[in-house]
Design a protein around this ligand. Sequence first.
Ligand code: XMP
Length: 326
Amino acid sequence: MSFNVRPETMARITTPALAAAFIEEQVAALRAQIGDKKVLLALSGGVDSSVVAALLIKAVGKQLVCVHVNHGLMRKGESEQVIEVFGKELDANLIYVDATDRFLDLLAGVSEPERKRKIIGAEFIKVFDEESSKLEGIDFLAQGTIYPDILESDGVKAHHNVGGLPEDMKMELVEPVKLLYKDEVRVVGEALGLPHNMVYRQPFPGPGLGVRCLGAITRDRLHALREADAILREEFDNAGLAGKVWQYFIAVPDTKSVGVRDGKRYEGWPAIIRAVNTTDAMSATIEELPYALLHKITDRITHEVEGINRVLYDLTPKPIGTIEWE
Ligand code: XMP
């Protein structure tokens, strides 16, 4: 049996007690594997890499070096949370790289979705590689691989992993959650004391807001998207919908319409709300949002976000629409 196969006897981790047992076992295994060497981790702030970071901090403390690359396509407050939780609260060895300008300069004028993804993926590897080559004496590379990644590594979702790192990195892999399903990673994350909103985060594409700022990305439209998305998330929180709806976000197309504000013509972009439920992301249904909530979100976004003059609700299930617009 390969080490990449989950043993049938392995119980599903559903309770804090089972998580605690897993953590204890992994901490011992990590210490045995790593010894007094150093480990590098690309920390995106997503559930999987965050849980791996917390496990490694518990096991080997400052021997872990986390690199957080801000590609400028994060949601509002995300990089700040990584710095707060890992840099400050958990006192990790954290290297923060603000590569916003590099990414946005490369993406300027590029409108084709798959090309945008490729640029973001390749640049991510380049930045990470540059940072890691500045470090000395790193023998291990930690990754937040989870069991579905192994089961799905048939190429279907290959484009999904922006964090796919170069094969020629001569480091031994450390993958402490590779036999866990997502729900188990979350239970372990909570048991490790990570914030609830980090552990129960909805899925977020590796290329981030890059695939929601439709067509060629501009800084002003990206800014409007980030602000509108933050309002949407806040209002879902207020309405008690966070954690109930599987994935929700805003997309902003590269089209303007005529509007009126303060008695004057006001051209702006539309903000498109997407709110879907699914179990496996292969098909998805639309959440039936209360009308009053849609009203409130529309009101706030059109008043508070510079550049947006309409709000639309995308009612298209998957299929025929994919969850993301690009
Ligand atoms: P689609 O749009 O294909 O999305 O219906 C299915 C799920 O995958 C996420 N998604 C991505 N995740 N990199 C990722 O890491 C990507 O390029 C990407 N594209 C889509 C999407 O958010 C949804 O959860």
